[in-house]
Design a protein around this ligand. Sequence first.
Ligand code: SF4
Ligand code: SF4
Length: 459
Amino acid sequence: MVYARGQPGILLPRPKDFSLDSMKSPVAFHLMVKPTGAICNLDCRYCFFLGKAELYPGSSFRMNEATLEEYICQYLDAQQVPAATIAWQGGEPTLMGLDFFRHSIELVEKHRRPGMIVDYTIQTNGILLDDVWCEFLGSNRFLVGLSIDGPRALHDRYRVDKAGQPTFDRVMQAARLLQKHQVDFNVLCAVHAANAGRPLDVYRFFHDDLGIHWIQFIPIVERINQNGATLRQEGDRVTSRSVLPEDWGEFLIAIFDEWVRNDVGKTFINQFEAGLAAWAGTPPALCIFDRTCGKALALEHNGDLYACDHFVEPVYLLGNILEKPMKELAASTRQHDFGQDKSQRLPRFCRACDFLWACYGECPKNRFRLTPDGERGLNYLCPGYRSFFRHIDGPMRTMAALYRSGRSPTEVMSILPQMEARWKEACLDSGRNDPCPCGSGKKVKHCHGRPTDSGRVVP
Ligand code: SF4
Ligand code: SF4
């Protein structure tokens, strides 16, 4: 599992046989562990988590030996499945130093059940990675999530250090070291006001220049808390750094069009993989598109367990694992209700949406807008998601049908150009000023007969 620090929640991969629905005790759950709490060596302008340091005034912000062992022992014991993932996140977890992580592996060996497979992930800004770190990460088969926001100018716009200095060169060095040591890593790219208008520059930079084939795009939705509160999410306005909903949709659409023609099966992008899962009728690998929440908890440096990384707020504190077993806290009624709220609090507008089954209203943290009929709780990103889902519907249906018939969804890359050619023929036959044969009601020249230099896919 990889998770984006400072951004909406992403879960990859999902444990099998996972369910909280009929729980006494959950079969398995994800846990984001923050050994340094909110402490980080960077000062990314859009990071929602830095302010969480206020939760623990006077703290050392370092997970101690007792808490580390309790976490590992209790977490492995709580997973009633043959595999578990130890997921480090921050703040910046590498600030703990290598010995902390070496010791954590010794503790896993001490506490894991015979035959239990334990994977490791770490989300990092890459600043502290050197040969020794990468050798350790590679030899212990860590999956690393490295935060990069695109080419230099786009990355450096908001990802700066404590002195306000750019970080691009240091992150590129980390990427090269990870590649040199053959460490599995994916890129977590925050999408914000600075890079949302440059989707293909961002995608091609990762794909062509860096040779990276696992990419997670994370929309930045940074709310302005009118009351000055930093420990809870409030208000329905967003900062100027936030991505606009329509831009988020356009960003995904432009990259999807390039991906679906050239890179299916070679490059893995979180929203596209989740989309394919939804169209194929299999469970989503992204919690934001799941029907319920409650399966991805967050553990602070002192053992405090929270409902989710995006709700590390006093009201969502479940308890402390040094005082009450993690298993019980994860199975508590409060956590169950938190998870069910995602579907139970959906506004009518979402319940009637054609793409409810693919979206489920996305993450509750972004549900602070009014629906057209004035109901509270519509997702801020909704207009972008509706455009995106509508746009990918045709190719996704094709890929899902291939998958269900036992063929490879990658065949879509040869099928789509044939479909497009057929549509173009139909469009030319009917004349550029006639209604488009797709039934949109638009003229051909404004619909499927328009130039496709942007690579837009014809359904
Ligand atoms: S609140 Fe729900 S959808 Fe949002 S990050 Fe947490 S688990 Fe995922
Ligand atoms: S696309 Fe919009 S209306 Fe549809 S489920 Fe998602 S948030 Fe709700």
